[in-house]
Design a protein. Structure first.
Length: 389
């Protein structure tokens, strides 16, 4: 092997979509560094003891616990940690982290924006004590508190896929808890695994989703969110961005080995809505019917006049009602619905922006770009670059 070559180890057990996204992003970045050679060094999750090969020149690692962190740092290599597990002692490690408190606040804002007024949480006992779970829940609580709401009730439970015996023992108590929640409660789950198991419990007890309860998890795991009915809404932690940042930090560390360790923190995540939250939670019947009509006729170019006709109400009366209940008129609600539709199209399809603008009812692409930048804070192109597949 040429002396200029550097062997870079990648340590990440691919047991979730976000970790797989991180590894995929690292692989896509590899051509930018032709002098690097890559090896996967993470053992299966059932193997707790491992050794970092002596031949490595650098590490990109997602440690699962302190034991992993100690073993990885003992190699004394230029290293970047991804995730919430930090290095032991005074180890000099660059990091890519997720702002879990902010993610919890985003979920609170998402539920509040959909009109929910009853909330609950499923706390994952298998994640108890982990900072990411604690921070996500606290962010959710703080987000609700900003609207004057108290900390919601929660159930501390074992995910069935990790602890079948514990899951079966807790099932009767979980059922009673679920059945006592008010109709239309929005339930936040700290991980997708818990959300999927909670969905199974709801089916067992005949509780409808999303009509009786709405569920949302974290991680946007492609298997857990898409498996079964209903599909699960989830907050996407943007593993692609995390992997890209990790590679950039390692490149900097190899070039400047004495530089002060850096930490990049990801926030402002995308919430991917699927069937488990896809209901109109507004109690006002007129507004609920209006929002359902706007959604159903989005691509038909619906406007305030046609909305009034479909609802059988006068335009002025409808505008006053919207203003009284939502604090803005139907025109703005239609505009916001178009933006949400455009977001989904930008992420989930490869359609040109001009086609998406037409599909969303904008007269020209520039108009979509102007409104999108004003409401979202970035251009449609930047949104697709950040969140698109």
């Amino acid at each position: 092997m040429p002396a200029s070559k550097k062997i870079i180890g990648v340590f990440a057990r691919p047991d979730s979509s976000v970790k797989r996204s991180v590894v995929s992003a690292i692989a896509r970045a590899a051509p930018r560094f032709p002098a690097w050679e890559w090896v996967l060094v993470a053992p299966p999750a059932v193997v707790r003891e491992f050794r970092v090969p002596d031949q490595l020149n650098g590490l990109l690692a997602w440690p699962d616990d302190e034991q992993d962190a100690q073993t990885l740092c003992a190699a004394k290599l230029p290293t970047v940690f991804i995730g919430q597990i930090g290095p032991p002692g005074e180890a000099r490690v660059d990091r890519v982290m997720f702002d879990n408190h902010h993610s919890g606040r985003q979920i609170a804002d998402f539920f509040l924006g959909k009109g929910f007024n009853s909330f609950a949480g499923f706390r994952d006992r298998s994640a108890a004590g982990y900072s990411y779970a604690i921070r996500r829940w606290q962010g959710f609580v703080d987000g609700l508190a900003e609207s004057g709401l108290p900390e919601p009730p929660s159930f501390d439970g074992y995910p069935g896929s990790l602890n079948t015996e514990g899951w079966l023992k807790q099932l009767p108590a979980l059922g009673r808890w679920l059945q006592n929640l008010p109709e239309g409660t929005a339930v936040f789950c700290e991980r997708d695994r818990g959300a999927r198991d909670l969905s199974t419990a709801c089916a067992h007890f005949g509780i409808g989703i999303p009509d009786s309860l709405a569920l949302l998890g974290v991680g946007n795991d492609d298997l857990l969110c898409g498996f079964g009915t209903p599909s699960l809404s989830s907050l996407d932690l943007d593993g692609d961005r995390a992997g890209t940042l990790a590679v950039e930090l390692l490149a900097h560390r190899l070039r400047f080995p004495r530089a002060k360790p850096q930490t990049e923190t990801l926030r402002n995540f995308r919430i991917v809505e699927r069937a488990s939250t896809n209901r109109i939670a507004v109690e006002d019947e007129v507004i609920r019917d209006a929002l359902q009509t706007i959604r159903a006729h989005m691509i038909d170019g619906i406007d305030v006049e046609s909305l009034s006709l479909k609802l059988g109400r006068g335009r002025r009366s409808l505008e006053k009602h919207f203003q009284a209940v939502l604090g803005h008129g139907p025109h703005r609600e239609i505009l916001l619905a178009r933006i949400e539709f455009a977001k989904a199209q930008l992420v989930e399809t490869n359609k040109p922006i001009a086609d998406i603008a037409e599909l969303c009812g904008f007269s020209e692409p520039q108009r979509l770009s102007e409104v999108f930048a004003r409401e979202v804070g970035v251009s449609p192109r930047a949104w697709r670059k950040q969140y698109g597949k």
